[in-house]
Design a protein around this ligand. Structure first.
Ligand code: NAD
Length: 466
């Protein structure tokens, strides 16, 4: 399979002459060759988006813009099974998970389609002599730089509100997973989205990503990915003083108190820590357990987790990185309760067995860095204050969770935990309507919900002397 760039409403080869080799992570076999955008291609994509911003997209009534996004959602839904299969092959994730992702993509487009004609400004009471208003204008050409773990899910999360707000866009998918973004582009025309409104430029971060961030016509960047790249993207944005949304990694603690409903916890923990083979920014990755429960919970977790069949990690490099982190922790005294490396009987593919680890030395990378793999750390705590101190010690702050039957404790902790989201007695709560985002190294800005739309408008103040 060979794929090209999508620029100004049409597929075309890259001028760079280079290609990305896309692998199937479950078999390690080549899946596709995709043209890699160079600076000239990125320039043309941004120019096309700038023309579309001034063209028919800007001229649409907001309800009509919404109607076309509803049509796009319907188009995605019609071919959702094909897109799910392609996503599953490109990422290695189980088909059932890819189908869930696609259902989320459709919901995200519908939610934002419905908001297109509801972005309202305000009247400001200055007094009898002046009428003061705010106008919400589209931010302009927006850049969307995406990770590989939920290729279409992350595309929808930032692109749908950008389009609803009247922006145009250039999307750069991750090197490993460009296929569904290109297949999505095929649906735009029939939904009435004019050429140039959405452009898709697969390519490397260093070349295509940087060219996009540096382009003088890009008015804002939404970046979803690792902390190191997020810092780099922000530095590039700072050179032009344009806004960025940074959705970065996590090291998300889940606090389990002795009074918790353990059956409910055990039902939630498998998806919480192991869905998408743990390659989720908001995965539970540290299970903090009140001391009396540790032995019982560890035993029950091993029973539940050890036999799970998971999809592969995305790449050999990612698996090697996780193996290094586990080896370092083991050398420092960590105990592997199950897993710890590739599962038996899987000679091909970047698979990693579901892993539970305890006694992880605090200084090692496994304790401090995001692992992004099916690895759950178990850590005892004594009381509420100890749990809070341990949870907040992480440099990240994306999600934190609390399992307890004590409502006051849950709410005290919800206030005190340093995280963009706190989930009580459940995991992966929330949806298209609820904002998500990080504090500390997990980034800033909020996506989803009405706050997610506000990333794509700028406020103009209009004052009229009466
Ligand atoms: P990554 O940072 O390696 O790459 C992300 C994107 O940035 C890719 O498209 C890449 O090509 C691009 N990029 C790389 N260098 C660049 C540069 N110099 N300039 C511009 N763009 C550049 O991240 P990844 O490994 O693809 O994704 C995994 C990470 O994403 C994890 O850390 C995960 O936590 C994070 N993530 C966060 C969220 C969230 O909502 N907070 C959601 C999904 C994933």
């Amino acid at each position: 399979m060979r794929a090209e760039l999508f620029v100004d409403g049409a597929f075309r080869p890259a001028t760079s002459g280079t290609r990305l080799l896309v692998l199937d992570p479950a078999s390690e076999e080549p899946l596709a060759e995709v043209d890699a955008a160079g600076p000239v291609d990125v320039h043309e994509a941004v120019e096309a988006a700038a023309r579309a911003l001034r063209g028919p997209w800007a001229g649409l009534a907001t309800a009509e813009r919404g109607a076309r996004l509803f049509a796009l959602a319907a188009g995605i839904e019609r071919v959702a099974e094909d897109l799910a299969r392609l996503e599953a092959r490109n990422t290695g994730k189980p088909l059932a998970e890819a189908r869930d992702d696609l259902a989320g993509v459709v919901k995200t487009f519908r939610y934002n389609a419905g908001a297109a004609d509801k972005l309202e400004g305000a009247t400001i009471p200055l007094g009898p002599e002046v009428l003061d208003l705010t106008l919400l204008e589209p931010l302009g050409v927006t850049a969307h730089i995406l990770p590989w773990n939920f290729p279409l899910g992350m595309l929808a999360r930032s692109l749908a509100p950008a389009l609803a707000a009247g922006c145009t866009a250039v999307v750069k998918p991750a090197e490993e997973t460009p296929l569904t973004a290109l297949a999505f582009a095929e649906l735009l025309a029939e939904a009435g989205i004019p050429p140039g409104v959405v452009n898709v430029v697969p390519g490397t971060g260093e070349v295509a990503g940087e060219a996009l961030c540096r382009h003088p016509l890009v008015a804002g960047i939404t970046f979803t990915g690792s902390v190191a790249t997020g810092r780099r993207v922000m530095a590039l944005a700072a050179e032009r003083a344009i806004p960025v949304v940074l959705e970065l990694g996590g090291k998300n603690p889940l606090l389990v108190f002795a009074d918790a409903d353990l059956d409910r916890l055990l039902a939630e923990i498998v998806p919480a820590a192991f869905e998408n083979a743990g390659q989720v920014c908001s995965a539970a990755s540290r299970l903090l357990i009140q001391a009396p429960l540790v032995e019982e919970l560890a035993t029950r977790l091993v029973e539940r987790v050890a036999g799970l069949e998971l999809g592969p990690l995305i790449s050999a490099a990612q698996r090697a990185r996780v193996l290094d982190m586990v080896a370092e922790a083991r050398a420092g005294g960590a105990r592997i309760l199950c897993g710890g490396g590739p599962p038996a009987g899987r000679p091909r593919g970047f698979f990693f067995a579901p892993t539970l680890v305890c006694d992880v030395p605090p200084g090692c990378r496994l304790a401090r860095e995001e692992v992004f793999a099916p690895v759950l750390l178990l850590e005892p705590f004594t009381d509420e204050a100890d749990a809070l101190a341990r949870a907040n010690a992480a440099g990240f702050g994306l999600v934190a969770g609390v399992f307890t039957r004590d409502l006051s404790r849950a709410l005290r902790l919800a206030r005190a935990l340093e995280a963009g989201s706190v989930w009580i007695n459940g995991w992966y709560l929330g949806g298209q309507q609820a904002p998500t985002g990080g504090v500390k190294d997990s980034g800033f800005g909020r996506e989803r919900g009405l706050p997610g739309l506000l990333n794509y408008v700028r406020i103009k103040n209009l004052a009229i002397r009466l």
